[in-house]
Design a protein around this ligand. Structure first.
Ligand code: NAD
Length: 328
């Protein structure tokens, strides 16, 4: 199998090389897959892509025209792939469904704790020889109500961790997970009930037509005053402009985001030295009660190992004509 791996980063190439151990010819390309770079896939059987790559209708048609047959995602989320087009063209697509839900769930809890205990402010103050405690008051997680929107792989681990802190759990998902109800006392509710009763809301749904802008002006108005909101799922699940309004009014007490609606081309790259053009991001960056991480929740050694192993397994299956359980 000849594969071109778009958007490759220095930190992940060694993991892919190790997993591949010379079985397939993989060309590492730093550029992302977009209309202008699709031609680089000429002569390859498969393309390997990540979340910031564009596998929309037009790009898939280009790839198909160049003879590409397989699309292997190095991610769980596949909202960047126009699946109907892929199916129509006979392109096979596979993802890495659960490479490490722990990585993302742990990062989620890290954002909660850092926001709650004003970690970044405290660190900055101490570096300036300011050991004052003013403004650093947080709250006990124990006994608080956490609303988990999306209780799949990552939402389940987040639920377990928050149960460990003594939180009461409210869940919202189109598919209930009985294990969470039995083991951690999760109570599934309507979205409105979750909004109205949660001190902390954390989002772990996939991004699709029904979850796009699920958190918007209307839903924010139903939340508790001072609610903590965390999004490590996909940026567009929240309407960022509405969140900014919520932060300005104090309705949202703090916001932790690992993903951003307009992150494509921005996150994963070093833009220091450039002039920031994104006014929405600029506004988010100056709130003292917002923490932004650059889509790094997945970034653990274990996750990178599993992503690489599953990606190569997906190529192996296609090469050998075997059934592939990760196909979408
Ligand atoms: P998953 O498929 O296991 O879980 C997603 C859950 O969302 C499912 O239980 C599904 O039923 C639910 N869902 C789908 N549509 C819904 C709707 N309309 N209303 C309510 N629930 C709905 O996925 P996962 O692996 O747990 O990933 C969760 C999210 O995290 C995805 O958006 C994924 O893209 C994102 N993710 C982020 C990172 C990161 O580094 N920040 C890494 C991996 C995954």
């Amino acid at each position: 199998m000849r594969a071109i791996c778009y958007s490759i980063k220095d930190f992940e190439a060694p993991y892919l090389e190790k997993a591949n151990s010379g079985k397939h010819f993989i060309f590492f390309e730093k550029e992302p897959l977009v209309t202008a770079t699709a031609h680089l896939a000429k002569g390859f059987d498969s393309v390997i892509i990540f979340t910031g790559d564009d596998a929309s209708q037009g790009v898939l048609e280009q790839l198909h025209g160049y003879g590409v047959k397989y699309i292997a995602l190095r991610s769980a989320g596949y909202d960047n792939v126009h699946l109907e087009t892929a199916h129509r063209l006979g392109l096979k697509v596979a993802n890495v469904p659960a490479y490490s839900p722990y990585a993302i769930a742990e990062h989620t809890v890290m954002l909660m704790l850092a926001l709650n205990r004003k970690l970044l402010t405290a660190h900055t103050q101490v570096q300036q020889f300011n050991f004052s405690l003013s403004g650093l008051t947080g709250f006990d997680l124990n006994g608080k109500t956490a609303g988990i929107i999306g209780t799949g792989h990552i939402g389940s681990v987040a639920s377990k961790l928050l149960h460990g802190f003594g939180c009461n759990l409210l869940g919202y998902d189109i598919q209930k997970n009985q294990m969470l109800e039995q083991a951690f006392g999760m109570r599934y509710t309507s979205l409105n009930e979750l909004f109205a009763n949660s001190d902390i809301i954390t989002i772990h749904t996939s991004l699709n037509a029904t979850t796009r802008n699920l958190v918007n002006h209307n839903s924010i108005s139903k939340m508790k005053d001072g609610v903590m909101l965390i999004n490590t799922s996909r940026g567009a699940v929240v309407d960022t402009a509405a969140v900014i309004e919520g932060l300005k009014s104090g309705k949202i007490g703090s916001f932790g985001m690992d993903v951003y609606e307009h992150e494509k081309g921005l996150f994963f790259y070093d833009h220091s030295g450039e002039i920031l053009q994104d006014d929405m991001l600029a506004r988010l960056m100056v709130f003292h009660n917002v923490i932004i991480t650059p889509h790094q929740a997945f970034l653990t050694r274990e996750a990178l190992t599993n992503i690489a192993d599953s990606t190569i397994e997906n190529l192996d299956c296609w090469k050998q004509g075997k059934a592939n359980g990760n196909e979408l």
